[in-house]
Design a protein around this ligand. Structure first.
Ligand code: SF4
Length: 165
């Protein structure tokens, strides 16, 4: 069994220009369906995604899925965290390939798929743990440029194809 159709559904909901209220209802419906599917199969299903609309969409709209706020600045990170989101931040270059301190007691974790050969989201699954990331002030970092940036582009495509499995 796969939750791929539900991950696709949530991904496509996020990419369509719905008004926030309609999008919130559509996401909640998708999550409810996902839960029913999991209950029917007596199993747990997990999905994760990212949103640029964290400023207007309440985190609760994604109850049941791990969702990270796509951030472009540390101010975004701070505000997204205040709104209950675990942030993901694109940086020009990693300061270290290991976790490192960021302002305001945040800790940046360079995406392992960018820093380690052979690691995939299926191995890592950090982005499935948005509650933990949020409560521990962890920020997933993506490097935008250079070879790792190119790998990011591949990775984001992979997330779209495989995310939520
Ligand atoms: S490898 Fe995938 S799950 Fe892990 S931090 Fe990077 S994007 Fe998130």
């Amino acid at each position: 069994m796969s939750n791929r159709p539900y991950a696709d559904r949530i991904q496509s909901l996020l990419s369509v220009g719905y008004p926030d209220q309609d999008l919130r209802s559509a996401i909640l419906n998708a999550v409810t369906d996902l839960r029913h599917l999991a209950d029917a199969h007596k199993t747990s299903l997990k999905a994760w995604t990212y949103t640029h609309r964290w400023m207007t969409l309440k985190r609760k709209a994604f109850d049941g899925i791990s969702v990270l706020a796509s951030c472009e600045t540390m101010l975004d990170v701070f505000n997204a965290h205040l709104l209950g989101y675990a942030p993901a931040l694109v940086v020009p270059k990693f300061e270290s390939l290991k976790a490192y301190d960021l302002p305001n007691s945040f800790t940046g974790i360079p995406c392992p798929a960018q820093t380690k050969a052979q690691v995939t989201c299926q191995d890592c699954k950090l982005c499935l743990k948005s509650d933990w990331l949020h409560s521990t002030r962890r920020v997933i970092l993506f490097e935008a440029h250079g070879a790792r940036g190119r790998k990011l582009a591949e990775k984001l495509v992979q997330i779209e194809v495989k995310g939520g499995n």
